[in-house]
Design a binder for this molecule. Structure first.
Ligand code: UTP
Length: 295
């Protein structure tokens, strides 16, 4: 276990998932499957293997299936037992035993910053992990655990960074800062979605954070922007004027499941890496790819 001091991890899952409509009219985006598990399972797995025992979901309307997924399902378990499918039953029980799960509601989707603020009563006064589950990250060492190691060595808050092409800076929060150790930056400023010509660097913030509880004070005083939304980046900018905030170029491979194309790519990538599915997928692609050629 890495990052033993990190106990709590927050998962904001109250967004509307409009990029997946109509599927997300009733199914939370976080419950869309990546092979045989919902997307959210990968994020929770990362938090747990990083040492977190308490998982806090900030949920909203139509998100009940997330609560059900991480709870026992006695009827189903009995049925599987009667059918002699004990291993499948045990796998299901293990999901509910991964961690302690707590839920708070965000009654209106007023932005990521507001969702994080809704989690405050469950986090109290400790440093906490924050995972945006759209980003599934395949890594030898869980990324939140990598952030916890930087925190253990240097203190302060730590954000996961990725070097993105200049033409993509306008899709991310971008940091300004100086490298203080190999792959670790002391952040001096954050710019939200800068045009490539105006970006202070190519280091983008992705969906993994280890944050000081001081951020809640800045979220409370943050002014709502477009659409009444409270931006996390604004509160982080205030935070770094007061406390150290570091950025870590994490080691791992990010699969962005927040868009249809990204989710499809993630599904194909995972299937191609599964020895039982690889040939099956390749056969489909060869057949479907060649159908229509020469038409
Ligand atoms: P996104 O903007 O990527 O997710 O927010 P979304 O709003 O659900 O998706 P689209 O853009 O409509 O397709 C990043 C994360 O913040 C959460 C989302 O659930 C997601 O995990 N979030 C966002 C909230 O919990 N509350 C909000 O008000 C906004």
């Amino acid at each position: 276990m890495v990052g033993a001091s990190l106990q709590k991890c927050l998962f904001p899952v109250a967004g509307l998932g409009t990029r997946f409509l109509p599927a997300t009219k009733d199914i939370p985006k976080e419950m869309l499957p990546l092979l045989d598990r919902p997307i959210i399972h990968y994020g929770v797995d990362e938090a747990v293997t990083s040492g977190c025992r308490d998982i806090v979901f900030v949920t909203g309307r139509s998100k009940r299936s997330i609560e059900d997924y991480f709870d026992r399902s006695l009827e189903l378990e009995h049925l599987l037992e009667r059918r002699g499918q004990k291993e499948v039953r045990d796998d299901l029980v293990r999901i509910s035993e991964m961690a302690n799960f707590a839920y708070v509601r965000q009654s209106e989707p007023l932005g990521l910053g507001h969702a994080v603020l809704c989690g405050e009563p469950c986090v109290n006064d400790s440093y906490f992990g924050l995972i945006l589950p759209d980003d599934v990250i395949l890594a030898e060492k869980p990324v939140l655990g990598q952030l916890a190691e930087v925190h253990a060595a240097l203190g302060g808050s730590v954000l996961a960074l990725e070097k993105v092409p200049w033409e993509e800076t306008s899709r991310y929060g971008i940091i300004e800062g100086s490298e203080c150790a190999d792959g670790i930056f002391r952040i001096s400023n954050l710019v939200e979605k800068p045009a490539s010509g105006e970006a202070p660097s190519r280091y983008a913030i992705i969906g993994r954070y280890l944050l000081s509880p001081t951020v809640f004070r800045h979220l409370r005083s943050a002014k709502a922007g477009v659409g009444g939304e409270i931006q996390l980046t604004d509160a982080l900018r205030e935070l770094l004027a007061e406390e150290p905030v570091f950025g870590l170029l994490y080691k791992g491979e990010r699969l962005d499941c927040g868009t249809k194309k990204g989710w499809l790519k993630a599904t194909v990538t995972m299937a191609l890496r599964d020895p039982e599915l690889k040939d099956f997928v390749m056969d489909i692609v060869r057949k479907e790819g060649s159908d229509g050629e020469g038409d």
